[in-house]
Design a protein. Sequence first.
Lengths: 62, 573
Amino acid sequence: MLIIALSGCSGRNPLLSYGPHPRAEECAQIQQATPTKYICDGKLYTSVQLSDIRNGQPVASK
Amino acid sequence: MNRGWKIGLAVLVSFALLGTGRPSLAQDTPAPKATTLWVDQKTGQVFVRPGRGRVAMNFGASAEQIEEEVEQRTQQRTQDAVRAAVAETAAQQRFDNAELQRQVDQIKPAWTSYVSNFQNKFRLGALAYLDYGLCTHTGFGPQFLENMNPPGPYNNLYNSFDINRVYLNTYFTPTDELTFRFTPEIYRANGTATADKTGANSGFASNLDGSLNVRMKYAYVQYSGLFDRLPTLKGGTVTAGAQQNPLLGWEEDFSQYRFVYLSPWNYLGLSSSQIGLQFAGPFKPYGGEQTYLDYAFGAYDNGNFSTPEQSNTKQVMGRVTAYPFGSAWRYQGLGLTGFYNYGYGNVAPDIGSVPTLLKGSIAHFTRMSAILSYAAEQWNALGEFDYGQNAFQLGNLYRGSGPLDAFGTATGTGQTLGKYAGTTCSTNKPCYTYPNSYGPQTALYQAFLNNGRTRQIGLDFLGHYHIPGTKLTAFGMFQWFMPNDNVNKNPLDFQRFVAGVSYQYNEYLRFALDSQNLLFYHSQFSVPISYASKFGYVPGSTFNGRGLPTKGSIPNTVPLDTHAIFLNMEFAY
């Protein structure tokens, strides 16, 4: 119920992964810091960078 | 009138005018006055009186005229002087303003630089672990997560919303190599305090018990330029202050589920924050970006971040992780980890130095772990063998909740007459009786765990797997632990397991639904008092003001299990 509520009325299955690549759920969280660090396809991203990618902004990874 | 006559008249008038002139003295100088002659316009003759056809011709000025002219000239000079002064002042003001502007222009870049660079030197983050937990079966034991203190047995279906962790992480990096971190956290204060008294008859209740308070969790300064000139060791750090210890932070980040369960040694009582000095870093021997070793070691107080240091010794801790095939990113690939911790009970030297047969809870302690791990982006797995000495005591067992007997208050009804289990009972010293009390069992556990010669053995597995194409990840953790394998059959041997699925809403928010369980897996049995006495149980002694059994066996020694279902939430920024 909580997941459905958070997914709003997008019409998509909230359990499935959508959106620009890479996405946080597909990455390995390697450090819970400020900000959190993820490894996606061998490259390092922060949670802020992944959020920017999800919102359509270009980001350079390390 | 002929021409000569005219000339003569003009001369006569001139002489008349000049003749009247003489040096004037200040005290008797007559007031100057204008002279008026009349000129006949037809003939040009000059007369001293007006007449027909004559017009006036004035010579000189009257006193009023002169005074007026002087006044005008004075005013003119004054105005000119004022204008000149104003102009000079204005010019000076312009010059001063230009100079001031030049100075301000020089200052402004420094201020602007500070403000604009501040955002690059300061980071502020937040971390929150919240949950709703339902205990289908309550029992005594360690905490599943922080700030959770469910009631003991026979309180099934106890449930609560909890705040397990709240951090406000602040990092200040004035230079690239220097970092200061300060992290306050939330914790629950437990323990009643006496009411305050004011005046002769007034009082107000204590508000200390149960409040969520704020305390320091991490406060340290870290320098990361220690080995900048050594490419093999570049990235190494030295850290001083209250910081993460070498093992727990590493293992928590590996598991990725700290918001759901505690890592094995953390569950057993090892604190995640120690005050001391630590060196840490990677080892990259072949010049590339692959890490083949990473290490962390240091010396710390015997107390943790939340207890004052009392001892005159320190504990040491160290972890080394080797990646035989190299690691492209933190944890990646196959990893072999060794962890070692040695320290002493946190007591003042005048107590710790006293020779005793059994050091009890103030004995030295050891913790060791051997870990085999493998991490990929979509899954990971870790297996761990734990060994300890005096590393798990009664206080650790009951960190979540325990019987009152462990905290100084006898439970059950004491027998005040005759004998019970070989102990003489009296009003002054009632006897513990069973089964309506936890007293004898608690005394037994104290003997098994706090005698200063305990040995711990444990085995753990944890890991997760991301379900492809979804936001879901399955995870699990299993821990088997023997709190003192010197006991032939220890009723406190337990297994803990966690199983669940998490949902990654976005980069900052995760949820998990999971089952957590603490199982004291032996079948119920009794422990003979004669056997218990080998570990320091004193038959017939006084415990919480009551007499302990002297003969026979202590029944019901295996504690009840705890089972719970949690909905956990993690917010991290």
